[in-house]
Ligand binder design. Structure first.
Ligand code: NAD
Length: 355
């Protein structure tokens, strides 16, 4: 049986890293995927005048999953909001109902010198997954501006969650925790926000369905501090859209390089969107120097979460570790003892480590 994979190379370094990751995919699962190229982002704007056409969206909807490089770049920065390349991603997330953003943040021991934390903290390492609610909260609540009776301009954004939205993201966290160390930390601001108090109530309600998983709560300000004080304490973190946006960027920086981190966005079905967390890196596009590992690791996430191919995912992750242990580095993760490999050389190293 073969699966349909919608492939959005996107802009900037997108085509280079996506091609690299597809070579790895073909090596571990030869012939199992049919690739459906989809134009989205800046290249779609250039060709069709919009970041995502209906036909492109239909291809994504009819596929078993979507692989994305990255979209955007200075060429399209001055366009109005609804025509910006990033709009394509919002359209796909919304249409595919991708409400859960899953971002692992792992510090590879061989890259611990790139970690900006104290040496003893980095030595302990960390391996966490942040699950961010992706289609609700303040980014989607009512917003606007008005003028009060004194002529003062007021702007407002509304943090809003319903029980169903919280329950489903909590289940994603508990399900994932069962496959890891059975620990979920729910992050909120329940000392101040009513939406967070509902969040906390519902997370504890759902926790009753998972008696084997330990649940704890942490206020978001404390979580931001604990991430730099002792990141090793975390395993699965689940949190609302805006808190997750901020905490997952903080966690990613602790690993030393944005070029290493994969992500998945999932909904009610097995179809997900998989992408590196970094952007299109226009400053290095077309130079064959981008780190392909985040996209290669996104392929591993896809195999595990959407296609039940956990052992193939393990193979990829082990090959990446082996490659790093061998001393192979692209220039973003370079240390004093290595010379930088190109995108294609790094990919070839991973493929040979697979063999
Ligand atoms: P960026 O992540 O593209 O780049 C930040 C820095 O990290 C740059 O110096 C870049 O060279 C470096 N970098 C990123 N990925 C790398 C890799 N794989 N290997 C080596 N170095 C890497 O962020 P930015 O510069 O703020 O954004 C550039 C464009 O990407 C913008 O148009 C932005 O809107 C877009 N963007 C898209 C996505 C997405 O498609 N999901 C996400 C974030 C940003």
């Amino acid at each position: 049986m073969s699966f349909q994979l919608a492939v959005i190379e996107g802009d900037g370094i997108g085509p280079e890293i996506v091609q690299a990751s597809l070579q790895v995919l073909e090596k571990v699962a030869p012939g199992r995927f049919q690739y459906k190229p989809v134009l989205a982002g800046g290249r779609s704007i250039d060709q069709h005048g919009v970041p995502l056409t209906d036909a492109a969206l239909t291809t994504c909807k009819n596929s078993d999953s979507v692989l994305l490089g990255a979209v955007g770049g200075p060429k399209w920065d001055t366009l109005p909001g609804h025509l910006r390349p990033e709009r394509a991603l919002l359209g796909i997330r919304k249409e595919l109902g991708l409400f859960a953003n899953i971002r692992p943040a792992k510090l590879y021991q061989v890259l611990k010198d790139a970690c900006p934390l104290h040496r003893e903290t980095a030595e302990k390492g960390f391996d966490m997954v942040i699950i961010r609610e992706l289609t609700g909260g303040i980014y989607y609540g009512e917003r606007g501006r008005k003028t009060d009776s004194d002529g003062n301009t007021i702007a407002f954004d509304t943090e809003i969650y319903n029980q169903t939205e919280i329950d489903r993201i909590a289940r994603v966290a508990f399900d994932l925790a069962r496959k890891r160390t059975k620990k979920v930390c729910s992050v909120d601001k329940a000392n101040v926000l009513e939406s967070s108090r509902l969040w906390r109530e519902r997370v504890h309600q759902i926790a009753k369905e998972y008696p084997d998983v330990a649940v704890s709560d942490m206020l978001v300000d404390n979580a931001a501090m604990q991430l730099v004080r002792n990141p090793a304490q975390f395993d699965v973190i689940v949190t609302a859209n805006m808190f997750g946006d901020i905490l997952s960027d903080e966690a990613s920086q602790l690993t030393g390089s944005i070029g290493m981190l994969p992500s998945a966005s999932l909904g009610e079905t097995r179809c997900g969107m998989y992408e590196p967390i970094h952007g299109s890196a226009p400053d290095i596009a077309g130079k064959n120097v981008a780190n392909p590992l985040a996209t290669i690791l996104s392929i591993a996430m896809m195999l595990r979460l959407s296609f039940d191919m956990g052992s193939k995912a393990d193979q990829i992750e082990k090959a990446v570790e082996k490659t790093l242990l061998k001393g192979c580095r692209t220039r973003d993760i370079l240390d004093n003892n290595s010379k930088p490999l190109s995108t294609t050389e790094m990919t070839a190293e991973v493929i040979s480590a697979l063999a």
